[in-house]
Design a protein around this ligand. Sequence first.
Ligand SMILES: *Cc1c(COP(=O)(O)O)cnc(C)c1O
Length: 366
Amino acid sequence: MIRTAYAVINLKAIAHNVQQVRIAAPYSKVMAVIKANAYGHGLLRVAHALDGLVEGFAVARVQEGVRLRKAGLQQRIVVLEGFTECEELQDLLYYDLEASVHSPHQLEILSRQSEPKPLNVWLKLDTGMNRLGFKSPDVNRIYEQLQRCEQVKKPLNFMTHFANADDKNDAKTLQQIVLFKQLTANYEGEKSMANSAGILAWQDSQTDWVRAGIMLFGISPFADSTGKQLGLQPLMSLHSRLIAVRDVAAGETVGYSGTWTSPHATKLGVVAIGYGDGYPRYAQNGTPVLVNGQRVPLVGRVSMDMITVDLGLNSTARAGDSVTLWGDSLPVEEIAICANTIPYTLVCGITPRVEIVESKRSNTFE
Ligand SMILES: *Cc1c(COP(=O)(O)O)cnc(C)c1O
């Protein structure tokens, strides 16, 4: 069958990116963060590709961890949001998953649990993110409480998360690092702070474990660089085809609400991709698109199934020609800026309509 909108996932690049994590954080174990369907790349596809390359996995939700276990993965798996219900705790225990413990509500659930098997816990400290975790004044008390809890495996592990690590000039990250080290100095157990930005920009944040997410996918965590510039290889490229080429006269508007008026007579290309595929609705006029490898500007509103591009009056492009929305020569980081978002949302947002093609073996789909 002819492909319309499809994403190519180059799984070979992931080993290279893990290597870059190792080079940046040579003394840490690597926890691959593959939440949200591995940032849109396919949870099991990515987990299998990482099998043997990393020491552990992290996911956001219990169900994601269960899927990994059911698929036969045997590494340590940390559920970053932990559990909110007794039933989730039971799943964690049954599937041998580890959990972040960040709230008194969870302590209550733990104390009511009567399973003989103890849970491997990551005590989450809030060092400034103000999202999940216990704040400094509570840490000792919570630690003692968990130490007394038979349902918890000893020693406890510790983690925190950075709020601003992608800004290399923001002193807040250093404050978070110092506070985490102070709070955990007297405790044994494993410790983890760094996300991708921490791995690449904040060496002091590299402790027993680093938690690599976006960089594994070859994407930069920083707004001022691309993955390629950091020595990473992107896994995902997004493609479709031209389905029509039309003549547009000077002064005509294109698309919903007429947000673009053609300043000249030109050829307009209609590409079969839209927000229904995960292409960002807020991509501005001028966002680059590759048609037959050449950059042309997006013009007019992104609609559900289509976008329009200004091919130029002399274009020889025809219906059926190939189009790349992001990929090797068009960094997703650049598209994110044009759409006033971050590359995380673009790769995560690919919808099920988009066909996934693994580049190492053609015609295999998850
Ligand atoms: C998502 C997440 C990470 C990974 O972040 P990246 O910026 O993708 O490397 C690490 N730790 C926690 C707690 C997370 O939620």
